[in-house]
Design a protein. Structure first.
Lengths: 101, 274
């Protein structure tokens, strides 16, 4: 066990630094954009640390990808993949899923 | 840089490429010249400069206006749909003989190859490719294609479309590849109620394109190409991310694109929902 702040708290601290102290000082549009991208990256990392383990592992994904490439698509592939990708999006960009209901 | 009173922009090659068939800067400059000669609204090409500090470069007119997709989709100028069709019709009429280096070939094989180069498994993209293989439309003859024709690569003012940018993915393809690319959800920039790039309706765009080219493409015929577009941008995100991961071109922007591919995976699965 490490001392606090934990990984999540460190990410949060860096996010707050970028949003509170760096972003307001930037005039350059490119730098502003890249800072927002960096903050987004920290958010992804934080959600990943908080996400529950589970879902398809790398070997299962590799096997499924190979089967589909070979034209041997399991009957439940579409539903299984939708859940797999939704789980990825809940980490990378939860808002993206909203319009799909 | 100033010459003849115009401001110039020097475009230099970056490290690494998104798609394997990306043009060299010298080729891109030739495409820009051919487009300008065909009356396409492009920044005036000035000169190919050869290698500058180890990277190819060319000079073109520096243009001003709005290119940020989200801002354009929030307040699209009227008439943008038909202006997009006007430009696309002119591009698709450029004689292919003028640009003999442009490559064509099977579009699905291209993305399969690029997906393989990524290494990590992406069964949702494989699912999209599998569906596309099973539902190939009757091909239309290849035309000179822009390859990245969408909001984000156009310069817009209150008058409407001013310039078309970013020609490095020009290639030969079925005209519907370009035609459908701006309707992919990622390029609607959140304005999903306007199916064409978040800026307008599909019908006036397709009607104008048909009027100018004689190619009458029903909106339904773009579905296959919309699915393909999602595969294409998902793969594009993954390969751009590899530019970062492999150290070719380190950048937090490229890094995060690796996590954005899932958005196109979800969209293509949603499109293919029964």
């Amino acid at each position: 066990m490490t001392d606090r702040p934990h990984a999540e708290e460190l990410l949060e601290a860096v996010w707050e630094f970028l949003s509170g102290e760096i972003l307001p000082t930037l005039d350059d549009q490119r730098l502003k954009f890249r800072t927002l991208v960096a903050m987004n990256a920290l958010g992804i990392a934080r959600r990943e640390l908080e996400a529950e383990e589970g879902g398809l592992g790398e070997e299962e994904l590799r096997a499924l990808a190979a089967r589909i490439r070979a034209g041997d698509v399991p009957d439940d592939a579409h539903a299984m993949l939708k859940e797999h990708v939704a789980a990825k999006l809940r980490v990378s960009n939860p808002q993206y899923l909203e319009p799909y209901g | 840089m100033h010459a003849d009173g115009d401001d110039l922009l020097v475009r230099r090659a970056a490290g690494g490429v998104i798609h394997e068939q990306t043009l060299s800067l010298e080729e891109e400059f030739e495409v820009l010249q051919a487009a300008a000669d065909a009356g396409v609204r492009v920044p005036r090409p000035v000169a190919y400069l050869g290698e500058l500090g180890g990277r190819e470069a060319f000079a073109m007119e520096l243009v001003r206006g709005e290119t940020i997709g989200r801002r354009i989709a929030r307040n699209p100028p009227p008439g943008l749909e038909t202006q997009l069709a006007d430009e696309l019709a002119k591009i698709h009429a450029i004689p292919a003989e003028r640009l003999p280096f442009l490559r064509g070939g099977d579009v699905l094989a291209r993305f399969e190859g690029e997906l393989d180069s990524v290494g990590d498994p992406h069964p949702a993209i494989e699912y999209g490719l599998w569906w596309l293989r099973g539902h190939r439309p009757e091909p239309l003859p290849d035309v000179v294609s822009h390859g990245d024709f969408r909001i984000g690569n156009v310069v817009v003012s209150e008058r409407g479309l001013e310039y078309l940018l970013d020609w490095e993915f020009a290639h030969l393809s079925d005209p519907r590849e370009d035609l459908a690319w701006p309707i992919v959800r990622a390029w609607r920039f959140g304005a999903d109620e306007r199916r064409l790039g978040g800026v307008g309706d599909l019908e006036p765009y397709l009607a104008r394109y048909a009027e100018l080219t004689g190619r009458d493409v029903p909106a339904d015929d773009l579905f296959w190409w919309e699915v393909l577009g999602n595969v294409k941008w998902a793969v594009g995100c993954l390969t751009q991310c590899r530019r970062h991961l492999t150290g070719v071109d380190r950048s937090v922007e490229y890094a995060v694109l690796g996590r954005m591919a899932a958005e196109m995976e979800y969209e293509l699965l949603d499109l293919l929902d029964d």
